[in-house]
Design a binder for this molecule. Structure first.
Ligand code: 23J
Ligand code: MN
Length: 263
């Protein structure tokens, strides 16, 4: 099949609903859960604000529009390589310079939702990934890999979503070894359904925050707070996750879309 024929077929299937567009983003607003770092470590990203400019009133009789206060790393969002110190030297590591060809790619959905429900500190290991590959097929270069934890079911309650106690946040994520394994395979990026790409306890890992450290060191991308991964097959969907073209942006909220074959 030529590329032209493939696109025509795709267009027909989108129009007929034979290929479904699944929304993998959560809602952005004042109640969107946001990362809380230990106070001694850093300044937090601000709460999202939506301010009305006008809504068919004296400030704009025929039009409605808002302005936003919005951190780059808010809600369902993209981590660009420049986000982490290990990725600081990539000239194409910013939201306005990265290679867009890489953000549209097949997605591998690793379903460990049961394990994450049983243990919120669940860590994905290489053995988990290899067992998943034996069942569903190999993860290939140029693909996205996402961990399905069904954490989006908690997204309407920040305390539930962050799941922190005196010992810090307790949310699932990858081991350093898994990220290195996936980077070596040539993946474009790694996604999680929790507040960040790393596990809640990742600050104590070696290296600290291994998903951030190792992905961005190798010019790969991250996705956080992904939604609706339970609506995707393990393999076969295409994920489109493009950040806003912010000047020297380190990340951006995204409307993550998955193209999924129906039936
Ligand atoms: C800044 C500092 C640490 C972390 C993060 C941001 C994120 O998770 C993020 O949104 O990229 S862990
Ligand atoms: Mn981020």
């Amino acid at each position: 099949m030529t590329a032209k024929t493939a696109l025509e077929t795709l267009a027909g299937l989108l129009a007929s609903g034979g290929i479904e567009v699944v929304d993998c983003s959560g809602t952005l607003g004042p109640d969107t859960p946001l990362l809380k770092l230990p106070p001694e470590l850093a300044v937090d990203t601000p709460k999202i604000e939506i301010h009305t400019i006008s809504e068919y009133d004296k400030n704009g009789p025929f039009w409605a529009w808002n302005w936003l206060k919005l951190g780059e790393h808010s809600g369902t969002h993209f981590d660009a390589p420049h986000h982490w110190i290990t990725g600081r030297d990539y000239s194409d590591g910013f939201t306005d310079t990265l290679d867009l060809q890489r953000v549209v790619a097949p997605v591998n959905v690793l379903d460990f939702a049961e394990e994450c429900a049983a243990d919120p500190d669940f860590l994905l290991t290489i053995d988990h990934v290899k067992a998943w590959e034996a069942e569903h097929g190999e993860i290939e270069a140029g693909e996205w890999v996402v961990l399905r934890s069904d954490w989006d079911r908690r997204a309407d309650d920040e305390a539930m979503f962050l799941n922190a106690d005196a010992t810090g946040p307790h949310t699932p994520g990858p081991t350093a070894e898994v990220i290195q394994y996936l980077v070596d395979k040539g993946i474009v990026g790694w996604g999680n359904q929790c507040i960040g790409t790393d596990a809640g306890q990742a600050g104590g890992m070696n290296p600290p925050f291994p998903a951030h450290n190792l992905l961005h060191k190798n010019n790969r991308f991250g996705l956080a707070s992904l939604a609706n991964l339970d609506k995707l097959p393990p393999k076969g969907a295409i994920l489109i996750a493009a950040p806003l073209k912010i000047v020297r942006g380190t990340g951006s909220p995204v409307r993550a879309l998955a193209l999924v074959a129906r039936g």
